[in-house]
Design a protein around this ligand. Structure first.
Ligand code: FES
Ligand code: FES
Length: 154
């Protein structure tokens, strides 16, 4: 066990845990941030994505020790039900989900994309989301939602 200092959604947090524990488990179980989801646990689906140092990463295969004092943003850090982030609003406006299980990962990958490239092309959005799996087949609406959030015509 070790004491690990984290910076999550702009707040300093400290946890006592095995340093090899996946960041996903610490976020969900210790910090009660349930935006990131456990899908595969094998870096294959993207449901667990969070943003660290500006990049979308798989929190299921990231040891918590590697997040020490690095800025981590989860879905909870984007907006709230009272004040939605533009991506969250666009996903609702486009009804871009069915079961919703993949949507945390889709939104976080899209956030990293739009932060780096505010007006992406359809091809760039598809490439950025290519490693996020959606078993419900909501891809077309997800693409529209990301485009809408970027302020481009859908
Ligand atoms: S749960 Fe992390 S990639 Fe699937
Ligand atoms: S909406 Fe169900 S997995 Fe994507």
């Amino acid at each position: 066990m070790a004491r690990i200092s984290l910076k999550v959604n702009g707040k300093a947090r400290t946890v006592e845990t095995d340093p090899e524990t996946p960041l996903l488990y610490v976020l969900r179980n210790d910090l009660k941030l349930n935006g990131p989801k456990f899908g595969c646990g094998l870096s294959q689906c993207g449901a667990c994505n969070v943003i660290m140092d500006g990049k979308a990463i798989r929190s299921c295969v990231t040891a918590v020790k590697s997040a020490t004092n690095r800025p981590v943003t989860t879905l909870e850090g984007l907006g709230s039900t009272k004040k939605l982030h533009p991506l969250q609003k666009a996903f609702i406006d486009e009804q871009a989900l069915q079961c919703g299980y993949c949507i945390n990962g889709m939104v976080m990958s899209a956030k990293a994309l739009l932060d780096a490239n505010p007006k992406p092309t359809d091809g760039q959005i598809k490439a950025a989301l290519a490693d996020n799996l959606c078993r419900c087949g909501a891809h077309t609406r997800i693409l529209r939602a990301v485009k809408r959030a970027s302020g481009q015509k859908v």
